[in-house]
Design a protein around this ligand. Sequence first.
Ligand SMILES: [Zn+2]
Ligand SMILES: [Zn+2]
Length: 375
Amino acid sequence: MKIKAAVLHQMQLERPYTKSNPLTIEEVELDAPGVNEVLVKIKAAGLCHSDLSVIDGNRPRQLPMVLGHEAAGVVTELGEGVKNLKVGDHVVFAFLPSCGHCSYCQTGRAALCEPGAQANGQGTLLGGHRRIHKGNDYYYHHLGVSGFAEYAVASVDSLVKIDSEIPFEIAALFGCAVMTGVGAVVNTAQLKFGNSVLVVGLGGVGLSAILGAKAAGATKIIAADLSAEKRAVAKSLGASHVLDSSKEGALEEVINITKGGVDVSVEFAGAVPALEFAFQATKRGGTTVTAALPHPNARLSLSPVMLVGQEKTLKGSYLGSCVPSRDIPAYIELYKSGRMSVEKLITHRLKLSEINEGFERLAAGDAIRQVIVFD
Ligand SMILES: [Zn+2]
Ligand SMILES: [Zn+2]
């Protein structure tokens, strides 16, 4: 079938993106779903910093690629062998497929699924195929999703069936921002009821971490960002304290508020000084988690004696250490019961044709979650 999609042909184009237009809206051909694949009509797709990292070249991928990895839609056609989904089901895409069979999937660590990571690295669906093309020129899939398009073919292992009552524009956010942010706090850091937490970097993922920390019973929730607007949003979502971690005295402020440092700090800023701040602000015996994706050449310098003498833990978190089929429905339940106001993360609703404006706004730091809404 012929569909409209936003395609990236070249990375590292100059800003403003409203002039350079890194994404072009094109008519492309989408093949029918193969074995264990389904066709999904995309209803909403969020603009995430990880898409921007492909556009600006911080996270290089094979091109041409249809971007977008945070989306929700309706199943409209089933490929061969699909048993657990039916036409009409509402689904959220997880940006890493979980094969269910590898040693990681079998031990509850779907975020490390090996065939999933391999397919994502190669820009294919889990089965190794690409379904988007123009004539004989096949395009790459973005993290098994490619949600900036009217339709997507995806592996069933990239999809989680959801309650049909939840609006698509909110549902989409559970596929990346909410899963990554909430999961980093509750799965990776294992935040306990009554803990104090520091969140550094207040984009969609960091603000989701605040929602998760609050829902999980954190007491002091300290939110740090260079932007005063984002700190204000954090406050409205439940942060008890906000600060600018680049300002002198910020570390002492955290130490004072918590009387010695936070139990858990999570960093989403993607800048080495932000991670160093998060680590230093963590108390003796506490846990620092990073879920950001800085440039691959970035290097962190730490005092090993702090790890030893203070028994601090430093952990990486991918996909919020989630099992998408277990955690996305649970997080949606928390939203539905009013314990996570995910809707407050949405600052803009766009048409597909406005996508370059959206990425310019994201690059400028003037948006939290922008969602492309399809008819
Ligand atoms: Zn994302
Ligand atoms: Zn696996």
